[in-house]
Ligand binder design. Structure first.
Ligand code: ATP
Ligand code: MG
Length: 563
């Protein structure tokens, strides 16, 4: 697993963020306060990368007895929506976190405007009427100074009038911008008179038509942190180059100055994580919805059967890194397996059934077999599973010409039917196409558990369900959504969509035990020998629908070894 090499080995060691915070606590820089925030832009559903950020921000505050806010970074009215706000809140809560305060960057628009005016008055900001392309071009390249705008030195009065007019809607979109007057020859391009405000005649989901100018991320984020008294503003690495600007605005406005700290964003192989691409998958119908169980969204993982604990544990295990890296998808699967092993009730289900008839078993007899609900958690007790002459077993558990190390069913061999008897396979019947349609067996009454021969040794144990007592269920088997480790890696003119795995969803009709205790959506089970499954929200009392969360074993690891 070359990609997981950075995984923190010793959980007692401080990561670099904790080390910074402890240094600040020691120096008393922010008193004894640790105040973080999670600042999503409400332009899509949260994904597993956001989960990492949530666990980090809330986790750190918890560790140091601090607080965490949720703040919607809603400075771009065009792409944002309340639907997203609601889903984000639901997902954060589902992950098990509680924010101290709920805020919206848009609540600060008045204050931000006042601060912009203040900077103009101090000669630190100006309205630039240069066309956008020319502004970009004049910024130049890092190795040589940029070209100053002809509007850079206009008077404070003129700037104030122009900015007022911008606000009053007297100019069309894109006519001019407000820029900070910093340094056109800075080697950091973000310091070359960055844009603070742009004109956008668009309705905002909270402020409606009140504003037609909107602050840029850099002029909103640090100040929002400051207003809320945030001490440590944790963000992803791409904002490292923005930090001098974050600091510049706080310093020049003389306001509380939080410490921005950057960490490497989470990347996972075999999936994409940008909201834009996830939206495209939904909009163009490659998946059913944001909560399609194949999506790396939090709601997708939830519907897939992931638990909050498994995701928190995943976030914890990968730790925080200072350099970009790619985490193996199997690690996520490992974390959910580990958690469900403790929690999921066991049950038997046959996904690809073939009939098994026990020739010497009485036609009308039904026995109730004791089956353990969860060997990892004895408190869950045992249930009674009906057993009869006619059973379903997994087609793959029988082989006509078995290789040497095949310990399941073949003619003349004995296996144990789990929780029941040892049977010997005698013969098979085939249909017109030559497929096996019935397997005939003999059972040994003394081999039932508690009977004299219950300890008789056989090499294989297989699961089953009783034909007359089972129910049919639709089972959705998911595989990775993309068939290559890095779907984003495509040549010019090609799309990540070309790497979609055509076999990422397979639907089968399975026979399952009828003894389910809980049929409510998200109820989680281990289908013995097959994997972890949960009830899907499409399920009805008449027709159960299950999602496979994860198989018991990592089939991709085996594939990787073979290659
Ligand atoms: P995307 O590029 O997927 O749209 P984003 O960074 O634009 O993501 P935001 O809503 O702005 O999404 O992010 C909210 C918070 O979550 C930010 O602090 C951001 O740094 C963090 N975040 C987003 N993606 C990841 C990731 N893959 N790993 C860790 N943190 C992330
Ligand atoms: Mg963003």
């Amino acid at each position: 697993m070359e990609s997981n090499e950075h995984v923190q080995q010793d959980k007692n060691l401080l990561n670099f963020i904790e080390a910074k915070i402890e240094a600040d606590l020691q120096s008393g820089r922010y008193g004894q306060k640790v105040y973080t925030r999670f600042p999503p832009e409400p332009n899509g559903y949260l994904h597993i990368g956001h989960a990492k950020s949530i666990c980090l921000n809330f986790g750190i505050a918890q560790k140091y007895g601090g607080r965490t806010n949720i703040r919607f970074d809603d400075t771009n009215p065009v792409k944002e929506d309340v639907e997203y706000v609601d889903s984000i809140k639901e997902d954060v809560q589902w992950l098990g976190f509680h924010w101290a305060e709920e805020h919206y960057a848009s609540d600060y628009f008045d204050q931000l405007y006042a601060w912009a005016v203040q900077l103009i008055k101090e000669g630190k900001a100006y309205v630039d009427e240069t066309p956008q392309e020319v502004i970009s071009k004049n910024r130049g390249v890092p190795t040589a100074p940029g070209v100053e705008s002809e509007y850079r030195n206009r008077s404070v009065e003129e700037n104030l009038t122009m900015f007022e007019k911008m606000k009053n809607g007297e100019f069309p979109d894109g006519y001019c911008v407000l820029r900070a007057k910093i340094d056109m020859s800075s080697p950091n391009m973000h310091m070359r008179d960055p844009i603070m405000y742009r004109i956008l005649h668009a309705k905002h989901h909270r402020t409606g038509d009140k504003w037609c100018i909107y602050p840029m991320y850099d002029f909103a984020h640090g100040q929002s942190d400051s207003i809320e008294g945030i001490t440590h503003s944790i963000c992803t690495l791409e904002f490292e180059v923005h930090r001098p600007l974050y600091d510049w605005f706080c310093d020049n406005l003389h306001i509380h100055h939080p410490q921005q700290i950057e960490f490497a964003r989470l990347n996972i192989n075999y999936t994409v994580m940008s909201k834009r691409k996830l939206l495209q998958l939904v909009k163009e119908g490659y998946v059913s919805s944001w909560d399609d169980p194949r999506m790396p969204t939090i709601c997708g993982l939830r519907r897939r059967g992931y638990t909050p604990e498994s995701i928190r544990n995943f976030a914890d295990t990968i730790g925080v890194a200072k350099r970009e890296n790619v985490i193996d998808y199997s690690l996520l699967e490992f974390c959910v397996r580990e958690d469900l092993n403790k929690k999921a009730l066991r049950t038997m289900a046959v996904l690809d059934p073939v009939q098994l008839v026990i020739d010497n078993y009485p036609e009308e007899q039904t026995e109730m077999m004791d089956a353990v609900n969860n060997p990892e958690n004895p408190e869950t007790g045992v249930r009674k599973v009906p057993f009869g002459k006619y059973l379903w077993i997994e087609r793959s558990d029988f082989m006509e010409n078995p290789p040497k190390n095949f310990y399941r069913m073949s003619i003349g061999k004995e296996v144990r039917l789990k929780y029941a008897y040892i049977v010997r396979c005698d013969s098979v019947e085939k249909d017109a196409e030559g497929n096996i349609s019935v397997i005939h067996c003999t059972y040994f009454p003394e081999t039932r558990s508690g009977m004299p021969e219950s300890n008789r040794k056989v090499k294989g144990t297989i699961h089953w369900v009783s034909e007359n007592h089972c129910q049919q269920a639709e089972v959705r088997l998911f595989d990775r959504l993309f068939s290559v480790p890095d779907p984003d890696d495509v040549p010019e003119g090609h799309s990540f969509l070309e790497h979609l795995n055509p076999d990422s969803l397979k639907i089968v009709n399975a026979c399952v035990e009828s003894s389910f205790i809980d049929k409510s959506p998200l109820a989680k089970y281990q289908f013995e020998r097959l994997g972890y499954f949960c009830i899907d929200k499409d399920s009805t009392p008449e027709k159960l629908v299950f999602n496979r969360t994860v198989a018991l074993k990592d089939s991709w690891a085996k594939l990787a070894k073979q290659e």
